[in-house]
Design a protein around this ligand. Structure first.
Ligand SMILES: *Cc1c(COP(=O)(O)O)cnc(C)c1O
Length: 405
């Protein structure tokens, strides 16, 4: 199995993790070619997560914008509200084959923690999730959900008390407990084979898009647009189209509040540079010493200084174009989609929609745009209510605090 994408990717980890990752690679590679494994994976995607997710023709939005036809791949209808559950189910099934009894994860916003805790409950693993103390304070609803699902959430109180410190704590645990535990990685990043494995799991999204477009009598998309945090929902939607050069692939990064370090999470075209961090080579927002820089996005899932190695490679190859949407553009896109289509997208996905809303009117009416709506907006309730300055919601929260707490 290929461990690099051009110069990117690889396996830059402590010596003692090498045999563990080699075993993971071996078992995954075998499972990939095993019809029984694929059947089992598909069974849980269908009966547990709710696949296939619909491809919805956004008729009202298309007519309103007056250009290309817009289709929405609604990954938000998955269990736990986003695409993340797919690669967590895949990894849980691999962990079973590795005879592991425990799942370890780190989480920043808590979305990956919730997806991991969900599969742990379903497939009978114990589950430990590391989370920075600062993130725990910011993401209380997800911490609550993880606990209900039976996971142990361990606060990380060193360093900046955020995601990168949680990664270090989780890695330490993994090294100490490799015999019993599988480390569940939440995107197409980290050391080989994680980027390849998670991409393969997610590529069901693009395969479904292909099939579902045919049902609309569409031959192929002209554009597939997806937001890019680590890159898993984007690679999932893009992979089956990579060989068809007539399909333009567009990744949308978080433009945040604007230019400058700490204001956005644009790894390409901004301040990003090539480096080796957290076990893999790719583009990172880092300083001259390779220390990760602070990032900002209104969408927690895009607020990450690294990016999957295959995306770096495909960007160099000019196969994927990268653009960015700002916080405000994403917020406007949430409103537009909610009002025109009855779908409240996750703030991450709204970045992709914001770009589609700009692009569609510049294209003729036969053109087809598919937007991967990676998640639904329920999780963003508190952020949205605050951003839209909803006084009634604020009053509601105040009253709730007064009532019995
Ligand atoms: C986590 C998340 C993302 C970002 O992760 P990728 O690996 O880039 O897909 C995007 N959208 C939603 C809804 C998420 O929860």
């Amino acid at each position: 199995m290929k461990s690099h994408f051009g110069q990117y990717g690889g396996r830059y980890v402590p010596e003692m993790l090498i045999p563990v990752l080699e075993e993971l690679e071996k078992v995954y590679f075998k499972a990939k070619k095993d019809k029984k494994f694929q059947k089992e994976f598909e069974y849980y995607l269908k009966t547990f997560s709710g696949r296939p997710t619909p491809l919805t023709y956004a008729k009202n939005l298309t007519e309103k914008l007056g250009g290309a036809k817009i289709y929405l791949k609604n990954e938000g209808l998955n269990l736990t509200g986003a695409h993340k559950i797919t690669h967590c189910i895949g990894q849980a099934l691999i962990a079973k084959r590795l005879c592991k009894t425990r799942l370890i994860a780190e989480t920043g916003a808590g979305q990956h923690g919730v997806a991991t805790a969900t599969v742990a409950a379903k497939f009978g693993f114990s589950c430990t999730v590391y989370m920075g103390e600062v993130d725990i304070e910011r993401q209380r609803p997800n911490v609550f959900l993880m606990k209900q699902l039976g996971a142990t959430v361990i606060p990380v109180s060193f360093g900046s008390k955020t995601l990168k410190d949680a990664v270090n704590a989780a890695l330490k645990d993994y090294i100490e407990n490799v015999d019993s535990s599988h480390y569940v990685l939440g995107s197409v990043l980290g050391p080989h084979p994680y980027p390849t494995m998670n991409r393969d799991f997610q590529s069901i999204v693009g395969r479904e898009i292909k099939k579902q477009l045919k049902e609309y009598q569409e031959n192929k998309p002209d554009f597939v647009i997806a937001c890019v945090g680590g890159g898993s929902n984007a690679m999932g939607a893009f992979t089956p189209f990579l060989t068809n050069k007539q399909v333009a692939l567009i990744g949308v990064e978080a433009g945040g509040r604007g230019k400058g370090i700490g204001e956005n999470a644009i790894r390409f075209s901004g301040e990003g540079s090539i480096g080796v961090v957290e076990g893999y080579k790719s583009y990172f927002l880092q300083d001259n010493d390779g220390q990760l820089q602070p990032t900002h996005s209104i969408a927690a899932g895009l607020d990450y200084p690294g990016i999957g190695p295959e995306l770096s490679f495909l960007r160099d190859q000019k196969r994927i174009d990268f653009v960015s949407s700002t916080d405000n553009e994403a917020l406007r896109a949430v409103k537009v989609l909610a009002n025109s289509e009855g779908i409240i997208p996750a703030l991450e996905s709204a970045h992709a929609l914001a770009y589609a809303i700009k692009l569609a009117p510049t294209l003729s009416k036969e053109k087809v745009i598919v937007v991967n709506v990676s998640g639904r907006g329920d999780k963003d309730l508190f952020i949205l209510a605050k951003a839209f300055k909803d006084k009634n919601f604020y009053e509601f929260l105040k009253k709730e605090v007064g009532n019995g707490y």
